[in-house]
Write a protein that binds this ligand. Structure first.
Ligand SMILES: [Zn+2]
Ligand SMILES: [Zn+2]
Length: 346
């Protein structure tokens, strides 16, 4: 079977590799579509954690269950259409019994296994990490597996800080893969949304996704303050930073009202360095900073339900073949793709 393999840093090759066989509680999935995530760029460039080459790529997929390993029949049947990945981290295994797993945070489990390598014709996966898809979800909705899940989990977190429906939140990176889901999910959950992104094309798209107000990143602080003074918007209770730029975190903090919450989601390249917080302003303004690293399987099921009801739609900016993966990653890195890029595998 064909699979995308990072043989050397910066370059992916399509190789012929053996078709895998499912083991205990594992399933062989025939991959139909895969989503290309920003983190794939960082993996290929090796600008996050260093991963030794060669390694396979991809962590968002929809496919058909083709074969079952022993014990997998308890969870899924042959022929069922499934979504897999769970954002990569813990997408392949979690113990289910530690304090993190029991708190709904398997991504922090010491025994978690990362899911990586769905840019291939077949993939073997742990049956418990699969969500069976209803007919309303199309194969092109595959970016729900990571981008959608991560945005959903980040916005769901707001209620833990008392930020409920009706409050105003800013979504930074609103036109991106995560952002376009974030805007729709926040609207579906009843928030007022300020969509922040760059340039007229992306702002127009953000408006189309349902944002109440859209602002350009370069004028965000000024515009948000002006609109607030004029009584056109309420002050910002939370900034959800979905863009993977350090500047996005700093902007997110600046936009917040007193007592506001910054939810850090987008992972910038390590070379971008850190964002700084002035303790004086931070304490006096009573701010909170939290983070969100993908989501869990129950959140995946909830999101699939929202999408099946038509409340969250996937916007695909580019559809390509597996062989075009290098070009797609380049376009994604240059910010040329509005929404998400997917690859059709079969
Ligand atoms: Zn991802
Ligand atoms: Zn665990």
């Amino acid at each position: 079977m064909r699979a995308a393999i990072v043989e050397e840093i910066g370059r992916i090759s399509i190789k012929e590799v053996p078709k895998p066989t499912p083991g205990h509680e594992e399933v062989l999935v025939k991959i139909l579509t895969v989503g290309v995530c920003h983190s794939d760029i960082h993996m290929v460039k090796n600008d996050w954690v260093k991963v030794p080459t060669p390694f396979p790529l991809g962590h968002e997929a929809i496919g058909i269950v083709e074969d079952l390993g022993p014990g997998a029949e308890k969870y899924v049947k042959k022929g069922e259409r499934v979504i897999l990945g769970l954002g990569g981290t813990a997408g392949a295994y979690w113990c289910g019994a530690c304090e993190h797993c029991l708190a709904g945070k398997p991504m922090l489990c010491a025994h978690r296994k990362q899911l990586q390598g769905v840019f291939a014709e077949y993939f073997v996966v742990w049956a418990k990490a699969l969500v069976i898809l209803p007919d309303e979800i199309g194969n092109n909705d595959v970016p729900l597996a990571c981008a959608g899940l991560t945005a959903y989990s980040a916005i769901k977190k707001l209620s833990k800080f008392g930020i409920h429906a009706g409050k105003t939140i800013a979504i930074i990176g609103a036109a991106g893969g995560l952002g376009h889901y974030g805007v729709q999910i926040a609207k579906a959950l009843g928030y007022k949304v300020i969509g922040v992104d760059i340039g007229p094309e992306k702002l127009e798209f953000t408006k189309k996704m349902g944002a109440d107000v859209v602002v350009d990143v370069n004028e965000a602080v000024k515009t948000v303050r002006k609109k607030f003074k004029l009584g056109l918007i309420k002050d910002v209770s939370a900034s959800v930073v979905l863009a993977s730029k350090v500047a996005g975190f700093e902007l997110g903090l600046q936009l917040l009202r007193r007592g506001g919450v910054l939810v850090a989601v987008g992972l910038p390249a390590l070379s971008e360095g850190s964002f700084s917080v002035n303790p004086f302003g931070f304490i006096l303004r009573g701010l909170h900073i939290t983070s969100c690293l993908v989501g869990n399987i129950e959140e995946m099921r909830e999101l699939i339900q929202l999408a099946a009801e038509g409340k969250v739609k996937t916007h695909i900016g580019r559809i390509a073949k597996l062989s075009e993966i290098n070009e797609v990653l380049e376009e994604l890195e240059q910010g040329k793709i509005v929404g998400r890029a997917i690859l059709e595998i079969q």
